[in-house]
Design a protein around this ligand. Structure first.
Ligand code: ADP
Ligand code: ADP
Length: 219
């Protein structure tokens, strides 16, 4: 499924966080969303997920406005602020709550714990987790519904080298299955090792939208 944003704008009071962004994100490849801190990445991703409302502009996923998606949890998965999980709920219970909300059962939870390398931490509470473990739990949550579209905000943040390899290979294997993957980072080095295509923003505006190779050639 293709994500399309057209003229996307978000103002907070007098401050324009996202300013007329238009882009599309293709399935089957990994698209990186690059920009310095404060550029408007999180605000954009939250609008793509329907968590905040654009001041102006339109978004479609697979040709439909997000409000009209039939099975949101099975269409789009999100890894946002990994630390936003309930600190006192075990990893297992956290996943089970999201699974139930999406109409899924325990078998899927076990599968995701295994995929995330968290089977041994299933009964641990996230307040004992490292940031890397939060990221793993966040990705397991995002993938519960086997969504077509995956939106990840700074997913490599806090991961150790082994965790980075794990996250990258998972993103790669999902892309090769035809999923649509959009991940943000403020680091070009993370784009270079992970992304096929790049969307670059600064001050809420589009700076570049091309393949990684073209972007490197031009800069
Ligand atoms: P990034 O994810 O690229 O670091 P953000 O989308 O978080 O950027 O923020 C873009 C701009 O919008 C920043 O100047 C930030 O301070 C501002 N901003 C983000 N969220 C809010 C909010 N809820 N209220 C007011 N300003 C906000
Ligand atoms: P709360 O229970 O405090 O309302 P949230 O529901 O906002 O918290 O988020 C709890 C956790 O679930 C966070 O880690 C967040 O990243 C994750 N999350 C939120 N929305 C989604 C979603 N659509 N798909 C997958 N994970 C999500």
């Amino acid at each position: 499924m293709c994500i399309r944003a057209h003229g996307l704008t978000k103002r907070y009071g007098g401050k324009t966080a996202v300013d007329g962004l238009s882009f599309s994100v293709q399935p089957g490849v990994i698209t990186g969303f690059l920009g310095p801190n404060g550029a408007g990445k999180s605000t954009t991703l939250r609008m793509l997920l329907g968590l905040i409302r654009p001041t102006q502009g339109a978004i479609t996923i697979g040709g439909r406005p997000i409000a009209e998606l039939e099975h949101p949890a099975r269409t789009i998965g999100a890894l946002l602020d990994a630390r936003a999980v309930h600190p006192q709920r075990t990893a297992y219970d956290h996943l089970l709550a999201f699974a139930h909300a999406a109409g899924l059962g325990k078998a899927r939870v076990d599968k995701m714990l295994d995929l995330a390398g968290l089977s041994n931490a299933a009964t641990s509470r996230p307040d004992q987790f490292s940031l890397g473990m939060y990221q793993r739990l966040g990705l397991a949550t995002a993938l519960l519904g086997d969504p077509d579209v995956l939106v990840l905000d700074e997913p490599l943040n806090g991961l150790d080298p082994e965790g980075i390899r794990w996250m990258r290979s998972l993103m790669r294997s999902l892309a090769s299955k035809g999923r649509t993957i959009l991940f943000s980072s403020h680091l070009m080095s993370e784009m270079e090792i992970t992304a096929d295509n790049l969307i670059v923003i600064g001050n809420g505006r589009l700076i570049a939208d091309s393949s990684l190779a073209e972007f490197i050639k031009a800069h």
